[in-house]
Design a protein around this ligand. Structure first.
Ligand code: BES
Ligand code: ZN
Ligand code: ZN
Length: 482
């Protein structure tokens, strides 16, 4: 993508101009002249039922008015924040999907960080996954022209570019079919994306996993012909203020294992590595931005399949920290691989551990498709919640009630991997994870809902969303400032 700052309308080469509008069809900052030139526009907007409320979009032609051919009016509503701008920019771009040079005045909205947010929205809305279309049309690199006002600061542009690249990488990884992203292939993909970022990349293969007592990852991976592995990314700057560990669930396909899913529930299970994609993409972004924190990202990668070597319901696994788990349902596999990786992360005594996982259907039932569940220690949850709020990703806190721990008591092992009830499944899973984080500050994001979108909307694309990447990046930035 290319970003330009233009002072005036006349230098425009854009195919469309995206302009913000406040309720009552009042022009957004930088659009007074536009409204004067298009004297009839207000009336046309009114006729189209366009008020200027948040989420509204109207496209009008601007023939002969010394303007780009199409003007995209986007409603801003009364309370504008960075997420409003991201969404408005995304919705605007979506409305003129065919245009490669897009101008906007949205960056003139008087909020700190407006330019970066607008750029994120514009760029992310244009995301496509065409790798498997035989007739994919190659499109030119998009050009975004920021019109008038003060130019968007170079630093903000650079950051937005890193964000867009990271979110797009996460989306690509999620959208990739499972046949092409077995555990090792996934690790290689990430390693090549991390090239030049300064991250060091380490991959533990199955043999190493056995030597390191990682019984959870090995147990889940046992039913697949593609062996499991653990991907470890490390960012170690000279002056690090804090130490952050990220852990992402990386089930490259979740068939359920011997506790096989139904065909319908299996359809989207290539997305079950969204947590791993988010932490890896965030790690790359953190390294590229040179943030002053020490970071280790762990992606336990396995394919959950019902092959001849597969673990059986009733088998017992021994996790890295020595605790044992009775596997009653092989479809509750995410917590098993996370248990190993969390144990490993906790050994190094970081200031904060955050895990991200498409962990439970129950969390999706609770919060729907756009909001993730947030669990963890009292020290960690507010930090992650604040980061999510500034990133514009929605997380909602859920409890870890001590008296629910007995729901995962096992007859023969330290715990079992299901809660034994239809109710509170997201909590049962989180309570199991809690057994593996030691004394560390810890937060757990259950993103089973928002990791995937059933339809495209503003800057969110259909399919993999890259949810979590921006929250983790915000979190790392705020830790770097503490
Ligand atoms: N990967 C699924 C959770 C999931 C479901 C993610 C739908 C995204 C969309 C997870 O491994 C799983 O199958 N969990 C089971 C646990 C149950 C067997 C205790 C679930 O939630 O049904
Ligand atoms: Zn499962
Ligand atoms: Zn799963």
């Amino acid at each position: 993508m290319q970003v330009k700052s233009n002072r005036s309308l006349s230098s425009l080469t854009a195919g469309a101009l995206i302009a913000g509008v406040y309720p009552g069809r009042r022009p957004g900052q930088g659009n007074a002249g536009l409204f004067r030139k298009l004297g009839w526009a207000r009336r046309a907007l009114a006729d189209a039922g366009f008020e200027g409320s948040s989420g509204q979009v109207a496209v009008l032609p601007a023939a002969g008015a010394d303007l780009p051919p199409r003007i995209v009016f986007v409603g801003l509503g009364d309370e504008v924040d960075l997420e409003t701008l991201r969404q408005a920019a995304g919705a605007g771009r979506r409305a003129v999907d065919d245009v490669d040079v897009v101008a906007t005045t949205l960056h003139q909205t008087p909020i700190d960080g407006a330019g970066g947010a607008v750029l994120e929205g514009l760029a992310l809305a244009g995301y496509r996954f065409d790798a498997y279309r035989s007739r994919a049309v190659a499109r030119p690199e998009p050009v975004f022209e920021f019109l008038g006002g003060s130019p968007v600061e170079e630093k903000a542009v650079a950051r937005a570019m890193v964000v867009v690249e990271a979110v797009s990488l996460a989306r690509d990884l999620v959208n990739e079919p499972s046949a092409a992203k077995g555990p090792m292939a996934f690790a290689e993909r990430v390693a090549s994306a991390a090239n030049g970022s300064g991250l060091s990349v380490d991959v533990w293969d199955a043999e190493r996993l056995a030597a390191e007592r990682m019984g959870g990852i090995l147990g889940v991976g046992a039913g697949s012909d593609m062996p499991p592995c653990l991907l470890v990314l490390t960012h170690k700057p000279r002056r690090a203020r804090r130490r952050l560990a990220l852990v992402g669930k990386g089930i490259t396909f979740d068939s359920g294992g011997l506790s096989l899913k139904t065909a319908q529930f299996m359809e989207t299970m290539k997305t079950d590595m969204s947590g791993a994609a988010a932490v890896c993409a965030a790690a790359i972004a953190i390294a590229r931005l040179g943030l002053p924190i020490e970071l280790v990202a762990y992606a336990p990668l396995a394919e959950n399949m019902p092959g001849g070597g597969a673990q059986r319901p009733g088998d017992v696994l021994k996790i890295r920290n020595g605790k044992t788990i009775e596997v009653l349902n092989t479809d509750a596999e995410g917590r098993l691989v996370l248990a190993d990786a969390l144990s490993l992360a906790a050994e190094t005594g970081p200031d904060l551990i955050v895990d991200v996982a498409t962990l439970t259907g129950a969390c999706r039932v609770a919060l729907g498709d756009k909001i993730g569940g947030l669990f963890g220690t009292d020290g960690a949850v507010p930090q992650v919640a604040a980061a999510a709020r500034s990133a514009g990703e929605r997380l909602w806190p859920l409890p870890l009630p001590a008296d629910y721990r007995s729901n995962i008591d096992s007859e023969i092992a330290d715990m079992k991997n299901t809660g034994g009830s239809r109710y509170g499944g997201a909590i049962a899973a989180a309570l199991l994870l809690q057994e593996f984080v030691g004394d560390s500050e810890w937060a757990h994001m259950d993103i089973a809902g928002p990791a995937r979108a059933e339809k495209g909307e503003h800057y969110v694309s259909k399919g993999g969303t890259g949810f979590g990447v921006r929250t983790l990046l915000e979190l790392a930035e705020s830790l770097g400032q503490q």
